[in-house]
Write a protein that binds this ligand. Structure first.
Ligand SMILES: [Zn+2]
Length: 459
């Protein structure tokens, strides 16, 4: 069954590419209301495709105009394991459009790369999974195990519907393993399995002083300058030397890094030189006492994203701005609770705010961190599948980014879970000239073919 499915996948590689090209041509930008019809179109295209290849249950759930697609094939019997696969068909907006070398929704092949918005994140990766299911269903008429598939249309707009669906429909989603297919490899020859994701707490604060902007010659020294206060508040969030967050209780729930995990991280080809090269920064920076890769994956952080207010135009204007605001967020690690962190930060800021201004604090989003035991058998199974398809065992690490549904899946399904993918670090996700490296796509299909077989064998 495995060799037939692999043969089918290889023989139909060009057909898979042609189908993916069709899907990529649909501008399913979830963030932009003018693409509402395209969202439905992309979901229906996928539903139709899944029906045609022989998935026995295909359901489109409305989800406020960005349908959630649920599909299943459960004829392997109650004793066979069930795998839940996750991907998404919504994509990021394309601006700045002028920087695209090829039109974002006219998929264009240049050498070994396919350029289009969503090529890597996440239509290409999602479609690799579908192609693997097709390879079995068309060559053998069945899958080696039971498979459930969720493809959402709201990943780029915070997965609101799916997060509720996972809780409310947990019985329907019951499974033995979850693979979230929305990630990158370290290079075309070095796959990566991620067993965790950081959480995020995103906040916006505003400092308000005088009723209107004032002349600093007439009033400077007599009234508070909200921008000065804002700068002090932001500076007071983090120690300038150790880079530790200075909010009381911020680190209370953080677990110390275990030596085995430290060794695992130290073995990755992501040393300081590699990070310097990737970022173009003059030097690396971060919390004292941890390596750069530890700081970027398993330690919490705080970053300011934007500060606004006052005068920033050309020339000079001696204004005391009436208000100033800033956005910042903290990447969180297990077991930091983003809502608790938001409260601690707000208390800290309020304590530091002088009575000469008023402070508004908003939490824009709160996503929980997640981690899975990397010694679970699922990681071995996935590693073997990567080894078979890519000729290399994957590196193992926690991701530094945030994937809110990871914690939701963990809570609701109590099944082992891993984050895998076939993208590359230079795929230009969320940026102009997004691409998919086609050898990764083809090997990704084969990896999923192997993975289904391996899950059946290991059961
Ligand atoms: Zn994605």
């Amino acid at each position: 069954m495995l060799s037939n499915a692999l043969a089918y996948a290889r023989e139909h590689a060009q057909m898979f590419l042609a189908s993916l090209t069709e899907l990529l041509a649909i501008p399913s930008v979830s963030m932009e209301p003018e693409h509402a019809a395209d969202m439905v179109h992309a979901a229906e295209w996928l539903a139709d495709y899944l029906q045609r290849i022989g998935m026995s249950e295909v359901d489109l759930l409305p989800s406020d105009g960005r349908p959630l697609l649920y599909a299943a094939w459960q004829r392997a019997g109650p004793d066979a394991p069930t795998l839940l696969l996750y991907g998404h068909y919504d994509v990021q907006p394309v601006d700045p459009l002028a920087e695209w070398r090829t039109p974002p929704f006219t998929p264009t092949r240049l050498g070994d790369d396919l350029f289009a918005r969503g090529a890597s994140d996440d239509k290409g990766q999602t479609f690799a999974c579908i192609a693997a299911l097709e390879a079995y269903l068309q060559s053998a008429g069945r899958l080696p195990i039971n498979v459930k598939l969720i493809i959402e249309g709201e990943e780029e707009v915070s997965s609101t519907f799916l997060r509720r669906f996972v809780v409310e429909q947990s019985a329907r989603l019951a499974c033995d393993a979850v693979l979230l297919v929305d990630s990158s490899m370290l290079s075309p020859t070095l796959p990566l399995v991620m067993y965790g994701a950081r959480g995020n707490c995103y906040m916006e604060i505003e400092v308000v002083g005088p009723a209107t902007d004032l002349h600093s010659g007439a009033f400077g020294g007599a009234v508070e300058n909200p921008f000065n206060v804002l700068a002090r508040l932001l500076a007071g969030l983090q120690d300038a030397q150790t880079r530790r967050v200075l909010v009381d209780g911020f680190y209370d729930a953080v677990h110390p890094l275990q030596p085995e995990e430290q060794t695992l991280l130290a073995g990755l080809p992501l040393n300081e030189a590699a990070l310097l090269h990737m970022t173009g920064a003059p030097a690396l920076a971060g919390e004292t006492g941890y390596s750069a890769i530890e700081r970027a994956t398993v330690r919490p952080t705080l970053d300011i994203h934007g500060i606004s207010g006052g005068f920033t135009g050309p020339g000079k204007k001696t204004v005391i701005p009436a208000r100033a605001s800033a956005k910042f967020s903290m990447r969180l690690v297990p077991d930091q609770d983003p809502l608790v962190i938001a409260r601690l930060v707000e208390e800290h800021l309020r304590c530091q705010t002088p009575p000469t201004v008023t402070l508004t604090v908003k939490t824009l989003s709160a996503s929980r961190p997640a981690v899975v035991d990397y010694r679970l058998p699922l990681m071995q199974t996935v590693a073997q599948a990567y080894q078979a398809a890519f000729g290399a065992a994957p590196a193992l690490m926690r991701g530094g980014g945030t994937l809110p549904i990871m914690a939701d899946f963990q809570d609701a399904l109590a099944a082992p879970l891993a984050l895998i993918g076939f993208g590359l670090p230079d795929d230009n996700l969320h940026a102009p000239n997004e691409k998919l490296h086609l050898p990764c796509f083809y090997h990704g299909i084969e990896m999923m073919v192997h993975c289904l077989a391996q899950l059946a064998t290991d059961a």
